[in-house]
Design a binder for this molecule. Structure first.
Ligand code: BG6
Length: 514
């Protein structure tokens, strides 16, 4: 069905583009959850607005709460007002899209639910002519294996004349053993090329631009190595707390929530070798090589290479906020970390001896994600700085969010006739917003479309996820064996515990002020 009233829509509603996938049906498991309302449905609606979804596209919500198709649609419509990036909602476009949303209530372990799903899929497909199916696991992770197995038992994992794929949300496992186990279960039911392990950071425009910046320009790659780079800082700072996810976060902590996945992805893109082609496996091969070259941190070294923090009450943007231990669903004596600083080395020819510092945390003063490449100082310092301090190093910073862009810091002469020439750091700045003048699509738009198009470049491969867990798991084991830090140890609204600054100072460096 074409979406009606295309003329009313300034965007290309209903038109086919080369990026329009074949008609398909998306089944969202856990469709009453937050992810569906905040991310998945808004992304599908935006894709519809841009004419990137086929008119015959349908989606089925599969979840435990009883409700019918109409109730499901009206709840989602209401949520769109809060979460869609394009406002106001274009009612004719929404109505066309929503008329192809369905709901299938069931427990995730109940075979009868999967029979009902099969029946509903046949009914939808007989109307739309589509034969392709994409399953999306947006449930709590404890259900992933069971859902995959039930789909297999119900004969729903092999298409009837079309493709069938499955998208698996993070967290993918909670340590190496559980990730290996989940991979094993999935591969008992799906082939690797049917499995899309999602890490939404890979769908962000700026994250993809790291590869373009490095490999589509000739001038950066020759200096992108140990001869010129002193160290790399990766920051994933958030001002928000854990919101309503106390139960989940208590088990995850920042190490599983951000570091094992998002931060390790940023690391592998910043450090990888150029792939031979831009084919999914060529790119992922190079990323895996980086992860495998990361020097292991043994459990007994965890204290030396990491600093953990947990926030206490504080003030952010003028608002008082609770401490972590006072949040809903969090134990009063919780030892879960909400901040982590980490130093690692990538032991290969390009990076030998160059430290990579990662810091990630909740309730820091602001939301900012960036990769900063800090270059070595010139061999001799000829010039005094304006304030008499040491000359600042050149820094190339890729801001992933929120003010997406890339900037280069270098020293410049302070204008003036004085005989004693003075130097001050200045910046050359590229910002997406000003250069391109439009808002970047949400990461989920890109990734959902890629999964429908069968492009796995921006999804995590089995060996990649296991390599990231192989690095992180001994650290977590080390923490479990040693005495917990005295939590809480940083005030909400500050840049983490004092130990994190001392950690850098020991190496003669300091965190970037963001
Ligand atoms: C999610 C984490 O994966 O990423 C959240 O579970 C975190 O805790 C979020 O807030 C950050 O994503 P973004 O896109 O806002 O940087």
């Amino acid at each position: 069905m074409m979406v009606q009233n295309a003329q009313e829509n300034p965007l290309r509603v209903g038109m086919r583009s080369p990026r329009t996938p074949e008609p398909n049906t998306l089944v969202i498991f856990g469709a009453t959850g937050d992810l569906t309302q905040r991310k998945l449905i808004p992304a599908l609606y935006s894709l519809t607005l841009e004419g990137l979804l086929p008119g015959e596209f349908s989606a089925v919500g599969f979840a435990r709460r009883p409700k019918d198709h109409y109730h499901f649609r009206s709840e989602l419509k209401e949520a769109m007002g809060r979460h869609s990036r394009t406002q106001p909602l274009q009612i004719p476009v929404w109505d066309g899209f929503a008329s192809r949303l369905y709901y299938c209530p069931s427990e995730f372990g109940d075979p009868a639910g999967y029979e009902e799903l099969a029946r509903l899929l046949h009914e939808i497909e007989s109307k739309t002519g589509s034969r392709h199916r994409l399953y999306y696991l947006a449930t709590p992770p404890t259900y992933y294996a069971e859902i995959a197995q039930r789909l297999g038992e119900a004969g729903l994992t092999r298409g009837e004349g079309g493709w069938t794929s499955i998208v698996v949300e993070k967290p993918f496992g909670h340590d190496l053993a559980s990730a290996v186990e989940l991979n094993r279960t999935l591969s008992g039911v799906f082939d690797e090329n049917q499995i899309y392990r999602i890490d939404h950071y890979l769908g962000k425009e700026t994250v993809q631009n790291i590869l373009v910046f490095r490999f589509a320009n000739g001038i950066f790659e020759p200096i992108w190595n140990r001869r010129y780079i002193d160290h790399v800082q990766i920051t994933a700072a958030e001002s928000i707390g854990i919101e309503d996810r106390g139960g989940y976060y208590e088990q995850a902590g920042v190490v599983r929530d951000i570091v094992q996945n998002h931060a390790m992805q940023l690391l592998s893109l910043a450090a990888m070798e150029p792939p031979a082609t831009f084919e999914p496996n060529a790119v992922r091969d190079e990323k895996v090589k980086v992860l495998r070259a990361v020097r292991p941190i043994r459990p007994e070294q965890a204290g030396e290479f990491t600093v953990r923090g947990q926030y206490r009450p504080g003030v952010i943007s003028g608002q008082s906020v609770l401490g972590y231990r006072e949040e809903k669903g969090v134990a009063a004596e919780s030892s879960t970390e909400t901040y982590l600083a980490l130093k690692l080395f990538v032991d290969n020819w390009r990076w030998a001896g160059v430290p990579f510092y990662i810091r990630a945390g909740k309730r820091l003063p602001k939301r900012v994600t960036e990769i900063a490449i800090v270059f070595r100082q010139p061999p001799l310092s000829l010039f005094p700085t304006a304030d008499g301090s040491r000359l600042e190093p050149n820094v190339l910073s890729v801001t992933v969010q929120p003010d997406e862009g890339i900037s280069l810091k270098f020293g410049s002469k302070v204008p003036g006739p004085q005989a004693d020439l003075r130097i001050r750091p200045v910046e050359m700045d590229f910002r997406y917003g000003t250069s391109f003048g439009f808002a970047a699509p949400d990461a989920y738009e890109r990734l959902l479309l890629d999964a429908m198009l069968g492009d796995a470049t921006l999804f995590t491969r089995r060996d990649e996820i296991e390599a990231a867990w192989a690095f992180v798991t001994p650290i977590v084991e080390g923490w479990a064996r040693s005495k917990a830090p005295r939590f809480p140890n940083y005030e909400a609204g500050t840049w983490g515990p004092d130990e994190a600054d001392e950690f850098m100072e020991r190496d003669g460096r300091r965190w970037r002020r963001l």
